[in-house]
Write a new protein. Structure first.
Length: 218
C-alpha cells in the first residue's frame, strides 16, 4: 500500500503543473480526467489565491483570456481557463456569459437559483421555442504575457425542459435535454458526458494541440 502511494506521488511530481482558473469542482474533475493521461497535473486556482479576477469581457473568449492570464500571473504556472455558458435562442442568447451568476446568487444555492430564474423566463414558451446550447471556450496561457494563447471552443445543442432529471453534472445539466440521446445531461455518466459535451469537445481540441507542442519541444 505504501509503495503504491509513493509511486503515485512520484508520478505526480514528474507531471507538468497547470493551474485551472476556477474553483468549480465539477469543471476540475471533468478536465482532470482528460488532461492527466497526457502528463498534466491540474491544480485549482484557489490553492494560490482566495478570489477570482473580475470578468469584464463581453464574450466567452474575452473572459477566458482574462481569467487564464490572471491565474498564470498569481501562480507562476501555465494556466487554463474555461468560460462556459448556456445560450437560449428565445432569450436572445441569455444567460450567455452571465450563466454562472444569472440569478445573482453565490454559494451552494447558485445552481438552483439560476435554474429557477431560467425556467421562470421560459414559462410561457413551448418546447420548440426552448432551443439552446451549452458553449465552452478554453484559453490556455503558457505564461502571463503569452501573446498567442491557445483558444478552443465547442457547443452542445439541446432543449431546456421544466422537470429536472439526473444526479450527475452541475449547473444547468438537470434541465438540459441532450437531443441525440433523448435524456438530460445530468443523467449521463461522467465518461459519457465527456464524449458529447461542449467542454469535452473543446478539451480534446486543446489536448491535440498541446500534444503536438510537447512533441515538438522534445
Amino acid at each position: 500500500m505504501i509503495d503504491n502511494i509513493s509511486s503515485n506521488l512520484s508520478v505526480l511530481s514528474l507531471m507538468q503543473k497547470l493551474v485551472l482558473a476556477s474553483g468549480n469542482t465539477g469543471k476540475l474533475m471533468e478536465m482532470h480526467a482528460l488532461l492527466q493521461p497526457i502528463g498534466l497535473q491540474l491544480i485549482p486556482q484557489n490553492e494560490f489565491i482566495d478570489h477570482a479576477v473580475e470578468e469584464t469581457g463581453l464574450t466567452f473568449v474575452e473572459n477566458a483570456i482574462i481569467k487564464a492570464r490572471y491565474a498564470s500571473l498569481v501562480s507562476g504556472l501555465p494556466a487554463l481557463a474555461d468560460d462556459s455558458g448556456l445560450e437560449v435562442d428565445a432569450l436572445q442568447g441569455a444567460p450567455g456569459i452571465y450563466s454562472a451568476r444569472y440569478a445573482g446568487v453565490t454559494g451552494l444555492d447558485r445552481d438552483r437559483a439560476n435554474n429557477i430564474r431560467l425556467l421562470t423566463d421560459l414559462a410561457d414558451m413551448s418546447e420548440v421555442e426552448r432551443k439552446a446550447r451549452l458553449h465552452c471556450v478554453l484559453a490556455y496561457m503558457r505564461h502571463p504575457q503569452d501573446p498567442v494563447p491557445i483558444i478552443c471552443q465547442a457547443s452542445w445543442e439541446g432543449l431546456i425542459m421544466d422537470q429536472p432529471k439526473g444526479y450527475y453534472g452541475f449547473g444547468y445539466d438537470p434541465h438540459f435535454q441532450v437531443l441525440e440521446l433523448d435524456c438530460r445531461a445530468a443523467e449521463l455518466m461522467p465518461a459519457e458526458k465527456q464524449q458529447l459535451s461542449h467542454r469535452g469537445q473543446a478539451l480534446r481540441q486543446l489536448i491535440s494541440i498541446l500534444k503536438t507542442e510537447m512533441e515538438l519541444g522534445q
